[in-house]
Design a protein. Sequence first.
Length: 327
Amino acid sequence: MDCRVLSIQSHVVRGYVGNKSATFPLQVLGFEVDSINSVQFSNHTGYEHWKGQVLTADELHVLYEGIKLNKVSQYDYVLTGYTRDVSFLEMVVNILQELKIINPSLVYVCDPVLGDNGAMYVPEDLLPVYRDKVVPVADIITPNQFEAELLTGKKISTEKDAIEAIDMLLAMGPHTVVITSSELLSPLGDQYLVALGSQTTVGLDGTKKKQQIRMDIPKVDAVFVGTGDLFAAMLLAWTHHHPNDLKTACEKTVSVMQHVIKRTISYAQDLRGGSGRRDVHTVPSFHVSPDMAGPGIRPSPAQLELRLVQSKVDIEEPSIVMEATVL
């Protein structure tokens, strides 16, 4: 496979978020990945301390100009995630429009990172840029429920509301929309998150077909960072391999996520002590400290870094542990 992705996301020295979360899984699946790091931090900001630098719009343009001058700006995919700066996001759109002229079949996968749980964690002036400039040129978008509500102005309280919001987003430009998580009530109970997706495909005869799916995903009592970046990357990969089958693409994407999360939480719960000892029988209870994890002890951010390298086989050939329902 000769398929090249330009991924414009954050970078951390330690851990897995942004490009660190997306690049390795894509490479494992055979994609060439060119990374532009929108920020370079020591670690993600969920740690007690973090240091680093932020790439400006002008610096982004300089890097792109270098690629363009060498005539190596032919891309099959562009992947973007978290950013906090309006001018940087607008520069991404400008670059994308140029890249689509070079390759009209280029696919842009965008995770419109705006916030979650009813609160924005980026400046509010990014919302109109995403809504009016980014979503119209995107092909695949992966908002959560709150982000879908912001982009459409529609409150989502039922599955019908969610499908209507997805249809509004499809009408704005993308051919595939996946609401990656929602607080909608799952038929399986309140221990599940509901994900909903819709894909519009065009047949050889020009007729349009739409596939809508729902997935009920078990909740995990832990806070992970980088999972949204991994989700978007895996959706890119599996929609590439299953371009007209959103059901299969989402099943493989979510199954990869489940394998990685299960391995990560198991690792965190098994760890004992700063030396990384795992034999629980050798650690008396009075040795418990904040950097230890286990039953009744909350894992630290370092212990919850995604176990991506250890999940290589699951990324390459995910056993399907999550099935989608076609609506």
